[in-house]
Design a protein. Structure first.
Length: 431
């Protein structure tokens, strides 16, 4: 689907966004292996999270899905059944990587795969810890989906992932629920801790000390009624729109502000963005609040100061890099992003696709193996843009086009539905 996007004057109003994708995946999986029913409200409406529910249904779990409310009849840690066919995770890397941990602990063989994007994404990072725990996993070329997982008796391990990844941590911890003894994961940098919080909310004991997370196998979970906060990664696109368009004032309610996810706000505020955080409160272990964003007073004023994002900071904003790169083109000093090599193996090579679209819009961009340098002080022009089938690229450049000089056409705009089907409707309602 092609979408024509014309420059906008400003954005404003009050908006609530769909549930957090990362949390929805985790709640859906843990509710399925909990004892008793769970109800999850504001569950993500994206296709990725629907893939997680479809996989759990294929494993014998009864699930009712009405709008953004999901009711799961938990079957307990020993109640999953062998699937009749290969599990299909669609475009969802979260589903295949995290669910593999649960499948490794089952007394049956299962196969799991996804679309062409999933077939290109590296799976060795989850295969390695699961095999160390005692699972046997067959993979194409030893690394790629489809995965054939021979589940069975597992034992706990102390694991240090070579790549900072919340998905790898989660996969290992989920397998640890079915293992004998203790399983620990020691990270090189802090990644999002939604899994630890969710496990505790479902009744598990999880120990955290610095960068080490540890749990004992054999624990049983109990069904819960849980709300999902609105997705900060989805909010990032609306934050950027307000910062790009002079005179804008936008209020985003009930956004998830988990400290391991909120690095984006710190980065933007440190670069001079006018973002206020209000009504902060706890909700089932997660933190939520309201964001109020003000745009620049005039078109001649830089959107942000710019600077360098690197190291642990990059890990904290990895999903938001495409949107930050767009803001970088309107920064005062330009923006350099390093230590982001993980973006090369997302739904697309996001370093390459961001650089391609920015260049089409007239930006001065240098791409590195691990990042980008975007010159500031520019004015993007309308162009023929492409999502390349990547939801975050689609949304980032739909926003970029709002301040471009002239009309843009975004090809494959429907990719946004992977995480945010309502994105264009929500955006149109605020312009």
């Amino acid at each position: 689907m092609d979408r024509t996007i014309r420059p906008a004057a400003r954005i404003g109003g009050v908006v609530r966004l769909p549930g957090d994708k990362s949390i929805s995946h985790r709640y859906g999986m843990l509710a399925a292996i909990a004892d008793g029913p769970s109800e999850i409200t504001n569950y993500s409406t994206g296709a990725d999270c629907a893939s997680t529910l479809a996989c759990m249904r294929a494993l014998g779990v009864e699930i009712e899905h009405e709008g953004s409310t999901v009711r799961v009849a938990g079957v307990g840690r020993d109640g999953l059944k062998a699937p009749a066919a290969r599990l299909d995770c669609g475009n969802s890397g979260s589903t295949i990587r995290m669910l593999s941990g649960i499948l490794a602990g089952q007394p049956f063989i299962s196969e799991i795969a996804g679309d062409e994007s999933i077939a290109r994404r590296p799976m060795k990072r989850v295969i390695t810890p699961l095999e160390l725990m005692g699972a046997k996993i067959e993979a194409r070329d030893g690394e790629f989906a489809p995965l054939r997982i021979h589940g069975g008796k597992l034992h706990g391990i102390d694991y240090k992932p070579p790549v900072a990844s919340a998905q790898v941590k989660t996969c290992t911890l989920f397998a640890g629920l079915f293992a004998e003894g203790f399983t620990s994961v020691t990270e090189s940098v802090q990644t999002r801790n939604h899994s630890e919080l969710a496990l505790r909310r479902f009744g598990a004991t999880v120990e955290t000390s610095g960068l080490v997370t540890r749990l004992e196998g054999g624990q049983r979970l109990t069904g819960q009624n849980l709300p999902v906060p609105s997705d900060l990664s989805s909010a990032a696109f609306f934050i950027a729109a307000a910062l790009l368009l002079p005179g804008s004032e936008l209020c985003i309610e009930d956004v998830g502000l988990n400290p391991t996810r909120a690095e984006l706000l710190t980065v933007l505020q440190d670069m001079g963005a006018k973002i206020q955080v209000t009504d902060v409160r706890a909700a089932d272990g997660e933190t939520i609040g309201t964001l109020v964003i003000e745009g620049p007073a005039s078109a001649g004023q830089p959107v942000i100061q710019g600077g360098t994002i690197e190291g642990a900071t990059t890990a904290g904003v990895i999903d938001e890099v495409p949107m930050l790169a767009v803001l970088g083109a309107y920064s005062r000093d330009g923006l350099e992003i390093r230590d982001a090599g993980e973006l090369r193996v997302k739904e697309t090579d996001r370093i390459a696709t961001v650089a391609e679209n920015l260049r089409r819009m007239g930006a001065d961009v240098v791409a590195f193996p691990d990042g980008l340098r975007i010159s500031g002080g520019g004015r993007l022009r309308g162009a023929e843009l492409d999502s390349f089938g990547d939801h975050r690229i689609a949304m980032a450049f739909a926003i970029a086009a709002l301040r471009a000089k002239g009309e843009s056409v975004l090809h494959n705009a429907e990719a946004a539905s992977v995480s945010f089907p309502e994105f264009y409707d929500k955006l149109d309602g605020l312009l």
